[in-house]
Design a protein around this ligand. Structure first.
Ligand SMILES: NC(=O)c1ccc[n+]([C@@H]2O[C@H](COP(=O)([O-])OP(=O)(O)OC[C@H]3O[C@@H](n4cnc5c(N)ncnc54)[C@H](O)[C@@H]3O)[C@@H](O)[C@H]2O)c1
Length: 358
């Protein structure tokens, strides 16, 4: 499998938006491992100890610091680079922040996606574009059955809804400008990907469960659990990123067949509540505690969310490599070890992951 990925990416030009973020930094190292040439387009990392800084990300790619809402610059950077692939991840990615800055969330997540696809209209070279949205794009019915790609889009909070809107814009651009039936006239293949709650080393975002927990563990403070019984599709960051790369490789092989939406999540029966996740993490860390406040006033968040992954399994041959429990253990092991050599531990986790792919 690794050879298959290498064949698709070695020496190829990959334009990554959001490369300074948590997932973007892991992706940079994966693409480096596969021998790709990367140009990244994003804002500066937010904190000194962001993974991007820890791995010296600005020296591992052509690093452009710019706003995705700057349509002209984004277009110039894409035309200048002439990518073989675009992986669009830049986003205002936090649900709680989206309640504070809803309009900015829509501008970044919807218009940003539109501007990426618009730039593609003016590029003659063949290109595969993968638009990253989220598992939260589905209209959440709080039902036990997992959501499939054919389920209705919705999104309660501005983040989820902006990503559902980005999905609709992607679908419209695909039908209007990059229709798979007319591939020979435009040479563009556009897919979107919806992944679950991603965990892994190097995420320091506010109001995400693992970073909040690690900060509490490091300071020996009890963690305040906001939604202890909520069930989420937890997955290690390497699983969806491998899914995106595999999808890109398949699109390279057959740009028509794979130009559609794909879910990437854990096995639906591999379900853990927030509280169970924290229990596993505390066990792996070796100490720690949490408190469950009775009457914490907080904005709405989905309680029950599962993803169906049959399409990715059948059509791409993808499957999650790590159970939720293993994903938590890998994540905690990263946070326990990273201060010694963050680049090395991240590279080692990637190499180990790649070596197990069949
Ligand atoms: N982390 C998760 O659990 C998860 C789950 C599903 C989907 N996603 C999606 O994956 C992608 C990456 O998520 P992440 O966890 O790495 O988020 P992150 O917040 O760590 O990174 C976001 C990236 O987007 C960039 N960005 C934000 N606003 C921008 C702007 N106006 N102009 C240019 N760049 C901008 C940031 O600079 C950063 O590089 C996002 O699209 C997110 O919605 C994340």
């Amino acid at each position: 499998m690794i050879e298959y990925l290498r064949k698709a990416y070695q020496g190829k030009r990959v334009f990554v938006t959001g490369h300074t973020g948590f997932k973007g930094s892991w992706l940079l190292l994966m693409l480096e491992e596969l021998g790709a040439e990367v140009k990244g387009y994003a804002l500066e990392p937010k904190h000194e100890n962001d993974l991007f800084n820890l791995i010296d990300g600005s020296n591992r790619c052509e690093h452009v610091v710019a706003d995705i809402r700057n349509k002209e610059q984004l277009n110039l950077e894409i035309q200048d680079f002439q990518p073989d692939y675009i992986i669009h991840m830049a986003a205002q990615a936090l649900v709680l922040d989206s309640y504070n800055i809803p309009a900015e969330t829509y501008e970044t997540n919807v218009l940003g996606t539109v501007y990426v696809m618009d730039a593609l209209r003016f590029m003659e070279k063949p290109c595969k574009a993968i638009i990253i949205t989220t598992d939260k794009v589905y209209e959440n019915l709080e039902r036990p059955e997992p959501y499939a790609e054919t389920d209705r889009l919705g999104g309660y909070d501005p983040y989820s809804n902006s990503k559902a809107a980005a999905e609709l814009a992607t679908s419209s651009y695909r039908l209007s400008f990059f229709h798979p039936d007319n591939y020979a006239t435009h040479y563009k293949s556009i897919a979107s990907v919806r992944s679950g709650n991603v965990i892994g080393g190097g995420d320091w975002s506010e109001n995400r469960i693992v970073p909040d927990l690690v900060k509490a563990l490091q300071n020996d403070d009890p963690l305040i659990l906001r939604n202890p019984s909520a069930i989420r599709p937890w997955q290690h960051v390497l699983d969806p990123l491998y899914g995106y790369l595999l999808l890109g490789a398949k699109m390279n092989e057959d740009p028509v067949q794979f130009a559609s939406a794909f879910n990437f999540g854990p096995q639906p029966e591999d379900e853990l509540t927030v509280q169970q996740l924290v229990d596993v993490a505390i066990d792996a860390w070796g100490s720690g505690s949490y408190e469950i406040p009775g009457d914490l006033a907080q904005p709405h968040e989905a309680h029950l969310l599962k993803l169906a992954i049959d399409k990715a399994e059948k059509e791409l041959g993808w499957k999650p490599q790590l159970t939720s429990q293993k994903a938590i253990q890998e994540t905690i092991s990263w946070y326990k070890e990273y201060q010694k050599n963050p680049l090395l531990i991240t590279q080692m986790q990637i190499q180990h992951y790649f070596s197990q792919l069949t």
